[in-house]
Ligand binder design. Structure first.
Ligand code: FES
Length: 75
């Protein structure tokens, strides 16, 4: 399936979490200090994987499965 990460199309296997898709694409969110951040726990506790998914901010992407045409923003 195809989703869009920061406007770029990314091909991803069905059943993949958005956090895994972000890592596969090499896309990271930035901290308020501009430091790159990446998923840590993979189970919804740390919020390090937070991103905007289909217009909704601060979703923990390790808990969200990719869907066709989904739009993900990390900044
Ligand atoms: S990786 Fe920790 S909440 Fe998603």
């Amino acid at each position: 399936m195809t989703l869009f990460i920061n406007g770029q199309p990314v091909e991803i296997a069905e059943g993949t979490t958005v956090a895994a898709a972000l890592m596969q694409a090499g896309a990271t969110r930035l901290s308020v200090d501009g430091e790159p951040r990446a998923p840590v726990c993979g189970m919804g506790v740390c919020f390090e994987c937070a991103a905007r998914v289909d217009g909704v901010w601060t979703l923990r992407t390790c808990l969200v499965r990719c869907a066709e045409g989904m739009e993900v923003e990390t900044r």
